[in-house]
Design a protein. Structure first.
Length: 172
């Protein structure tokens, strides 16, 4: 197997995190290059080259889904009002070189406008890794609001008060 580190020069993920007022859940989609994901799984779980991961193949590693879920839980953290979101694995889709990973929270009784997001996906694998995170919320007035940030190893997290106008400027 060829090392994924030399396959492409673009190290990027995109994570969409959406508050669903109908189900009272946080629904998340992570888009990641499949070769990078396989490398991260190999590193995160200490797998030797003899383990064939082959995401999306009919011979896919039997522990792929549970291993991806564990990796996401270790590296993607979202909290609402100071309460960490606990992720439930929904599934994945592998489309050639991109994998779509789906997570959902349990219903949250108290939706808070204060979000905290941390995303360290692939930071251990690539020192130029960038993780875009896009938060979507619905205000008390029913108006959709959103916040998009580009995170890296030097700035892996941020806070957002979705009740504050987007142009207020403060991340503190």
């Amino acid at each position: 197997m060829i090392s994924a580190a030399g396959v492409h020069d673009f190290h990027f993920t995109r994570t969409d995190v959406r508050w669903n007022p109908d189900t009272q859940t946080v629904q998340t989609t992570v888009r990641v290059f499949t070769d990078d994901l396989e490398l991260a799984l190999r590193n995160h779980h200490g797998l030797g080259e003899e383990v064939k991961i082959w995401l999306g193949d009919e011979s896919e590693w039997a522990l792929a889904d549970s291993s991806i879920h564990a990796w996401l839980q270790a590296h993607l953290n979202v909290a609402l009002g100071g309460s960490p979101v606990q992720w439930t694995w929904v599934g994945k889709e592998v489309e050639l070189d991109v994998s779509y990973l789906y997570l959902e929270s349990q219903p949250l009784a108290n939706h808070s406008a204060l979000w905290r997001a941390s995303n360290s996906l692939l930071f251990a694998e690539f020192n130029d890794q960038v993780n875009e995170i896009h938060l979507h919320d619905v205000g008390a007035d029913g108006v959709k609001v959103e916040r998009r940030e580009m995170l890296n190893a030097e700035w892996p997290s941020f806070e957002w008060d979705s009740s504050t106008p987007a142009d207020s400027g403060s991340d503190e």
